[in-house]
Design a binder for this molecule. Structure first.
Ligand SMILES: [Zn+2]
Length: 239
């Protein structure tokens, strides 16, 4: 059993290394998420600014249409005025033309304001776009750095995984299955050294006869309380 134990400890070492490297890899995620959300925020602002240009443009077009209709109405009044005979009808048309001129002037002033608003919206969008460009540019170096670090870690993980594969080839299938089942459980590790008379994981006392079994190295002993495999450090160092 000692041979099994040694290989299992070797396997556990590989698994711990893989786990550590994966944790290191995961540690980059919050920073990457921050970078992404910073970009997303600027994208949303840019989209809103572009929408505002569209809305201001629609308002301007709407006013242009309205003004054009008014102008046509005024033109028809002027034409009618040339042909009317009755003084009463003429003065009514004159009054309508005067009123129309006032309305038109008001609408035209409104159009000028709407054109200003389009320009303002365009300037705002251009500014937002520039900011977004700066933010994107500002992230390039760090993103490249992170990609390199992640790449290195993935490569190291791949290497250790190959080594792990080699180690598992030296372990009897039932033992490996047992190890992997325990590893998937609640305990962080599958194998723990005896801690005095107790399990090194849950610190429940191990009965004398089982400690003897561990000491003899005759079997891989499972902790009755938490289910991890228990070994004695002396057994390992003696070999
Ligand atoms: Zn235990």
């Amino acid at each position: 059993m000692q041979a099994d134990l040694l290989v299992l400890l070797e396997l556990q070492e590989k698994d711990r290394t893989i786990q550590q490297l994966r944790d290191e890899l995961r540690a980059f995620e919050p920073e990457l998420a921050d970078l992404d959300s910073e970009l997303a925020e600027h994208e949303a602002r840019l989209a809103a600014a572009r929408r505002a240009i569209g809305e201001a443009g629609d308002r301007r077009t709407e006013l242009e249409q309205k003004i054009e209709n008014f102008r046509q109405m005024q033109e028809r009044r002027r034409q009618r005025l040339e042909w009317v005979r009755g003084a009463k009808e003429a003065s009514t048309l004159m009054a309508e033309l005067d009123l129309g001129r006032g309305v038109l002037a008001k609408e035209e002033a409104e159009w000028v304001r709407s054109a200003d608003r389009v320009q303002e919206a365009e300037a705002k969008a251009a500014e937002t776009e520039k900011e977004m460009g700066e933010v994107t540019e500002g992230q390039v170096a760090r993103r490249a750095e992170l990609a390199v670090l992640q790449g290195e870690l993935r490569e190291r993980i791949g290497k250790v995984e190959v080594e792990r594969e080699e180690v598992t080839g030296r372990i009897a299938k039932p033992v490996l299955t047992r190890y992997e089942r325990i590893q998937k459980g609640r305990a962080p590790l599958a194998l723990y050294a005896l801690h005095g008379d107790a399990c090194g994981h849950c610190f429940t006392a191990v009965p004398m006869h089982r400690r003897q079994e561990i000491h003899n190295g005759n079997s891989i002993v499972t902790c009755e309380a938490c289910g991890v495999l228990i070994y004695e450090t002396e057994t390992v160092s003696d070999s």
